[in-house]
Write a protein that binds this ligand. Structure first.
Ligand code: P6P
Length: 331
């Protein structure tokens, strides 16, 4: 397969949008730029002694920001200077971040981003990720409004994630399938490595923090017991795999098949994960890859958000496994 960079692929697929004038292509380019800068810093995190611990000054006398703050600054900076984003909702900012450059005020799109999910895992060298969702503004003749960000996940025009792992990959969809790009550090480009990604209909991996078992709804407890039954005919017991880094757990299940569950618990009735910049973008991707995502009862992409940082229970992965979990949840 001849080398195809993310930029070449984006331009090639621009034809998927007959009325597009290149804004979305440039926005995706901006996401790629931010990801490469974040990747450079994430990969150095292990050298913190040389660079100075977060919150100290590095050899150049510059303040060393916490990596998730640093990542947030890179995404805001790249999207801001790219001129295609009007405003950003970020996991790191309580309020919407307006992009105030003149050209951006009338930009057609807004972006929801988790700039560095799982950042607590950096210190133990576990894969982490960035997650993004892109929406067209409701009325781009006027300044952005909060409602631009509170559209259901079905309104996403693009969504994706970057996984900073044994290699760095950017995986995204614009509603025409899912494609994965691996960063080639020798040329500094994301190159197409996983064309037309599909999630297996079923799998033999379940991902859930079983430490919270006593707090789970009965349907989730029943599903976990289902996964643990010793039954050769159905390939059970399934393998329990839980990295504690959403993007890493999701990416493995997308490739191999499996289910990831972060349910409601007695302590957190809406679960832990955020709808706008974690669950919706991954739900868009999994559906485009033939999988399924729900809150245990209804389709994630149909949920109508009411708040920027709202949480939702999250069941995502191979369709047959999510269907079974929903049955036990009483759907
Ligand atoms: P728990 C990381 O902090 C994160 O937001 C996700 O990346 C991950 O899936 C989840 O939290 C892990 O949460 O409660 O199992 O440690």
């Amino acid at each position: 397969m001849s080398l195809k960079t993310l930029g070449q692929f984006i331009i090639e697929r621009q034809a998927d949008f007959p009325y597009a004038k290149g804004e979305l292509s440039r926005l995706l380019r901006d996401i790629g730029i931010a990801s490469k800068i974040v990747n450079r810093e994430v990969n150095k995190a292990g050298l913190v002694d040389i660079l100075g611990a977060q919150g100290t000054r590095n050899v150049h006398g510059e303040n060393v920001a916490k990596l998730d703050i640093y990542a947030n600054d890179q995404f805001i900076g790249a999207l801001g200077s790219g001129g295609e984003t009007s405003a950003i909702a970020s996991e790191e900012n309580d309020e919407i971040v307006p992009i105030t450059t003149k050209v951006s005020k009338q930009a057609k799109y807004v972006v929801c981003v988790d700039p560095l999910d799982g950042s607590s895992n950096i210190d133990v060298n576990v894969s982490i990720g960035s997650i993004f969702a892109i929406y067209r503004r409701l009325d781009s003749d006027k300044p952005y409004i909060e409602a631009d960000f509170l559209q259901p996940g079905t309104a996403q025009v693009a969504a994706g994630y970057v996984i900073y792992g044994s290699s760095t990959m950017l995986v995204y969809t614009t509603g025409h399938g899912v494609n994965g790009f691996t960063l080639d550090p020798s040329i500094g480009e994301f190159c197409l490595s996983h064309p037309d990604m599909k999630c297996p209909e079923t799998g033999s991996i379940y991902s859930i923090n079983e430490g919270n078992y006593s707090r789970f709804p009965d349907g989730v407890k029943k599903y976990i017991k289902h996964c643990q039954v010793d039954d050769d005919a159905t390939g059970r017991p399934y393998a329990s795999r839980y990295i504690g880094s959403l993007v890493a757990d999701f990416h493995r299940n997308l490739l191999k098949g499996g289910i990831f569950i972060y349910p409601s618990t007695a302590k957190s009735p809406n679960g832990k994960l955020r709808l706008l910049y974690e669950c919706n973008p991954l739900a868009f991707i999994i559906e485009q890859a033939g999988g399924k995502a729900s809150d245990g009862q209804q389709r994630i992409l149909d949920l109508v958000p009411t708040a920027l940082h709202q949480r939702t229970p999250f069941f995502i992965g191979s369709t047959e496994m999510v269907n079974h979990a929903e049955e036990l949840m009483g759907v």
